[in-house]
Design a protein around this ligand. Structure first.
Ligand SMILES: C[S@@+](CC[C@H](N)C(=O)[O-])C[C@H]1O[C@@H](n2cnc3c(N)ncnc32)[C@H](O)[C@@H]1O
Length: 273
């Protein structure tokens, strides 16, 4: 896995046999030019380091004390999936609207990130295709979805409604074949760390940690990229595009929505087609 190139990150070997038996992490390491390394040789730089903790790959960038991963079983997130509250989530209200169709709404979450919004939508009965372009985040997210799908927990059924792809959703939308999504959901990142807390999440320690991690590993979109996302979404969506923004933030690609659902920490702009 050490390819002679300057490493862009590391895979931490706790137990060589165990770590190397994961084909997906091997192929990720090759693609990203991550080097395998043992604990005693671990550099204290800020490059991402993948480590296996309780059978899940997580990442840390500086010290081992705080790792970041994707885990839908985390109690704070799992609680949001409970039957009583889930239809009241603003993301669900914005995407489902008054849809009374008997067929499950087909939603493309074109900026999947940590997969939280997408998972909430799948939990509310939507059929989800999620796309994430950052390979490291895509790896963590795919792992989290598989973990749920392979579990005997009630939420395994939620994971069965999710199809996940790593890639650029603009390219995927442009070459789309088959049934078009009813709704395209977008939640691109703000372009500076200072603006990112405005994106619409409560600033708990875990959320701050995830945001800082995102800022470190995922490049923010330029205005032109946001424009491309918006245009591709409008072309492919069957009934609407929904965009998550911060309260008071400018509209994505400066497009005025028909309506918005305003929450304390996020605004959902709705573009019916
Ligand atoms: C703010 S996060 C999304 C958070 C997500 N809504 C959640 O609930 O966890 C934005 C993500 O969009 C991804 N992204 C931005 N443009 C993209 C594109 N064109 N295709 C796929 N992913 C994209 C970024 O890599 C980043 O991980």
């Amino acid at each position: 896995m050490n390819d002679g190139q300057v490493p862009k990150g590391y895979v931490l070997l706790a137990n060589e046999k165990e770590n190397l038996s994961f084909d997906s992490v091997k192929s990720l390491a090759q693609r990203l030019h991550f080097h395998t390394i043992s604990e005693e040789n671990l550099p204290s730089d800020s490059l991402p380091k993948l480590v296996l903790e309780n059978n899940q790959w997580r990442v840390f960038t500086h010290d081992r004390k705080s790792t970041v991963g994707v885990d839908f079983f985390l109690p704070s997130f799992y609680a949001r999936l409970s039957r009583q509250g889930f239809e009241k989530e603003n993301v669900v209200r914005a995407v489902k609207g008054r849809n009374k169709a008997t067929l499950p709404l087909f939603v493309l979450d074109a900026t999947a990130g940590f997969g939280h919004d997408g998972f909430l939508l799948a939990n509310a009965g939507c059929q989800l295709t999620m796309v994430e372009k950052n390979p490291l985040l895509a790896f963590l997210l795919a792992q989290a979805i598989h973990r749920v799908a392979d579990s005997d927990d009630v939420i395994a059924e939620v994971a069965s409604r999710i199809v996940f792809y790593e890639g650029d959703s603009v390219d995927i939308m442009k070459s789309w074949q088959g049934r078009r999504p009813d709704v395209v959901y977008l939640d691109p990142m703000y372009n500076t760390a200072e603006q990112e807390p405005k994106r619409g999440l409560k600033k708990t320690a875990a959320v701050k940690k995830n945001m800082a991690f995102l800022q470190q590993i995922a490049a923010h979109n330029s205005t032109a990229e946001d424009q491309r996302l918006f245009e591709a979404a409008v072309k492919i969506a069957g009934s609407k595009v929904v965009i998550k923004r911060a309260p008071g933030a400018e509209h994505l690609a400066l497009q005025t929505p028909a309506s918005s659902i305003e929450g304390k920490s996020a605004r959902f702009d709705i573009y019916p087609l």
